[in-house]
Design a protein around this ligand. Structure first.
Ligand code: MD3
Ligand code: FE
Length: 215
């Protein structure tokens, strides 16, 4: 895969992909096993599920959340909610490691004081994808979004402010963290269908964490 960011991706440390968007290559590597164990704990309380979009499509990505707020979708629309509609219970607490990692990554990318109140957990099986979209359900677009990639690699699409703007491809691998803030916060983005494969820590899937300030 010859993404346009290949040269940048080979550089160690924080790399600016675009104004407000920083790639922290391997930032979560040392925490990956502990993150995956914590994800299992969350998913035991709030199962990963395939949500239905307002347009009536069942998402190929399976999703759950932890933290004070969780992201949900149904025929009524996309939104954050305090309760998991599947269980009727509050979302599981955000594991301490999650908050620390998100705060440290945001600070390294130039967004000190990031205190996420929601972590969306996306699980991709081979073939699962996320079509181009904007994240606009959060109240404050001044806060960044921090994303953590675990398991199988994926090709991420990074677009512009309009849906029809050209997209760049970015190869995201196990342990990569990207911070999306400032002028990058509302850019369109998506994930191409996941390729088949097996990762030693996750098996045949990719898991993505996105940390947000939802309220
Ligand atoms: C760029 N998740 O959950 S993370 C999502 O890999 C989502 O599961 C993808 O898009 C995934 O909404 C991509 C990277 C990401 C997240 C939010 C962004 C990139 C972003 C917000 C603005 C710009
Ligand atoms: Fe998104």
């Amino acid at each position: 895969m010859n993404g346009l960011f290949d040269a940048l991706e080979r550089t160690a440390g924080a790399v600016t992909l675009a104004p407000g968007a920083a790639l922290l290559r391997g930032f979560a590597l040392d925490d990956a096993a502990a993150l995956l164990a914590a994800i299992d704990t969350v998913a035991a309380l709030a199962p990963l599920r395939h949500m239905v979009t307002p347009g009536g499509y069942t998402m190929s990505v399976a999703t759950t959340s932890c933290g004070d707020m969780g992201w949900t979708s149904d025929a009524q629309g996309y939104r954050y909610a305090e309760y998991d509609p599947e269980t009727g219970l509050p979302w599981p607490a955000m594991p301490a490691l999650f908050g620390t990692l998100a705060r440290d990554a945001a600070a390294q990318a130039g967004f000190p004081g990031f205190e996420p109140d929601a972590c969306l957990i996306n699980r991709y099986a081979p073939g699962a994808r996320l079509t181009l979209h904007q994240d606009r359900n959060e109240r404050d677009f001044g806060a960044p979004i921090v994303s953590v990639s675990l398991g199988l690699p994926a090709t991420f699409l990074f677009g512009g402010i309009k849906r029809a703007d050209p997209t760049l491809k970015l190869h995201l691998v196990h342990g990569d963290v990207v911070v999306w803030g400032g002028p990058a916060r509302l850019r369109f983005h998506g994930v191409l269908p996941l390729a088949h494969g097996t990762h030693p820590l996750t098996g045949a899937c990719r898991i993505n964490l996105t940390f947000r300030k939802a309220s």
